[in-house]
Design a protein around this ligand. Structure first.
Ligand code: FE2
Length: 505
């Protein structure tokens, strides 16, 4: 079983050797004289039929407290190459971009003119140094017949809570795409107990602090391997900014004007560290992160933003107020237009928080005020649109637990029709090792008969989508408290074409 970190190291060597036969991509000297610029790896994202975004960031000293990664302010030319083969004997696109100090020397290259549904390899060069090699894949053309689409989804990768064993496993699989549903970083200063304490060791609020925090997460070689192996589609949840934020409202009581400033810092650092298009580049405290990606005639991915436009959380008594929104009017209209068609065979809502009703098992508990239960009127409206949509599947993060849920025409009536399927994926690490389930979980299943499964270990969800059925495999890690712990398949489900609801397989 190859170790992904050593794979990357091997690729650096391979890239370096290959470079001897390739004209220098740029002629500049290494700007700081340090040895290693590509400490944060490489990534690709948001694949289109003819294009993909390539990402890297120059950071010889990634945790430098000023957030500049050990770079001087000056711009640095960065060459890039895209090849049809891993040894770069068939380079199909190449160019030079400029890493700017204002963007923390991150680069986002939107490479166009690629062939649809095709695998490519890419790398960067700055000064005399070559980056590790990444692999990516373009999307098949919309409407083109597609018999198989394999993707993983993941969320919640608290660095101090665990080692990224799930990513070490994920990086060795054969996926077309990875979808990340939020909590790429956590903003708190926790130090944990496994020697992976947060840098800086405090709540991050300034741009410099957010940059250091993102860079720290990105130094993890298992995370780097998962990015280098597949294109990602990423969306944020709350912890990329602050726990449970809602629009301009900060849970910690920061006044709205100051909170917008903090959010602008967080969004800037988020953009700088992920393979996002220029269309997602933030403008101060605003960032358009909801978007649609289509994979042949098989999968439409409607990526939702359930943070930036939502109404503030309220107590239970007000949660069915029809004036409250999770998506905001513009995003909701966009989603409903998407769903009205034409669409692919499977329509995926890639989003953050628990969609299905989650009644507490006893009167002592209260509902989450951060999930769709707190936005009941709009949840019902979305659900009613999904009931008229072809093969709707909601994929969800945030819960730090695995669940599978039937989305019911009326959650209060267990016998009502199942109109969609919700697959809730656990965290990569957040909340530590976890357990299979608790007695409270079993009580919650009884209180919510539409829930088909619960598990509280860490891991990711692997999905194999075909015209006739969607197969989801819930993969869990034995432990995250030590590196190298094994991963196994905990449960598998299938959703049949034209039959909403998951069945055990
Ligand atoms: Fe989380």
């Amino acid at each position: 079983m190859p170790d992904p970190a050593s794979t990357i190291r091997r690729r650096v060597l391979l890239g370096g050797a290959a470079a001897l036969g390739v004209a220098a991509l740029t002629g500049v000297a290494t700007p700081t004289g340090r040895r290693e610029l590509f400490t944060l790896g490489v990534a690709s994202g948001d694949p289109l039929p003819d294009a993909v975004v390539l990402w890297t960031r120059l950071a010889p000293d990634p945790l430098a407290p000023d957030g500049l990664g050990g770079m001087a302010a000056a711009p640095v030319p960065v060459g890039w190459q895209v090849a049809a083969d891993e040894s770069f004997s068939q380079v199909v696109r190449s160019g030079t971009t400029v890493a700017q100090g204002e963007q923390a020397h991150s680069v986002h290259v939107e490479v166009a003119g690629l062939r649809p549904g095709s695998e490519y390899f890419y790398r960067f060069r700055a000064g005399n140094e070559l980056s590790p090699v990444g692999r990516t894949k373009t999307a098949p053309p919309p409407g083109a017949r597609l018999d198989r689409f394999a993707f993983a989804f993941a969320s919640c990768q608290h660095y101090a809570d665990g080692f990224y064993n799930a990513y070490a496993h994920l990086a060795r699989q054969d996926f077309d795409l990875v979808v990340f549903l939020g909590d790429y970083i956590y903003e708190g200063g926790s130090q944990g107990s496994i020697g992976r304490g947060h840098r800086p060791a405090r709540d991050v609020r300034t741009l410099a602090d957010y940059r250091v925090r993102f860079a720290q997460y990105k130094t993890d070689t298992d995370l780097q391997a998962a990015h280098a192996a597949f294109p990602w589609v990423a969306v944020f949840d709350d912890h990329e900014v602050e726990n449970n934020w809602a629009g301009d409202h900060s849970e910690s009581g920061i006044p709205p004007a100051q909170f917008r400033e903090r959010r602008a810092h967080a969004f800037q650092a988020y953009y700088e560290h992920l393979p996002l298009r220029a269309a997602q580049r933030p403008a101060g405290p605003a960032m358009t992160i909801h978007r649609r990606l289509t994979f042949g005639d098989l999968v439409d991915l409607h990526v939702l933003d359930t943070r930036q436009h939502r109404s503030v959380q309220v107590p239970d008594a007000q949660r069915d107020d029809p004036g409250r929104t999770m998506l905001g009017a513009a995003q909701k209209a966009w989603l409903f237009r998407n769903l009205s068609g034409p669409t692919a065979r499977w329509n995926v809502l890639a989003q953050q928080v628990f969609f299905s009703q989650l009644n507490p098992a006893s009167g002592a508990q209260t509902r989450s005020d951060d999930a769709w239960d707190d936005y009941e009127a709009e949840r019902d409206e979305v659900r009613d649109h999904l009931a008229r949509t072809r093969n709707p599947v909601i994929i969800t993060g945030d819960a730090h637990a695995n669940f599978v849920s039937d989305v019911k025409a009326d959650f209060a009536v267990p016998a009502s029709a199942t109109v969609a399927t919700e697959l809730i994926g656990t965290s990569i690490t957040s909340e530590g090792d976890g357990v299979d389930h608790t007695p409270g979980d079993l009580a919650q299943l009884r209180a919510n008969p539409h829930l088909r499964f619960v598990n509280r270990q860490r891991g990711y969800v692997a999905n194999l989508v075909a015209p006739g059925e969607w197969a989801a495999t819930y993969r869990v890690v034995e432990r995250v408290s030590r590196p190298g712990s094994p991963v196994h398949d905990r449960a598998g489900f299938v959703v049949a074409d034209a039959r909403p609801g998951a069945r055990f397989r």
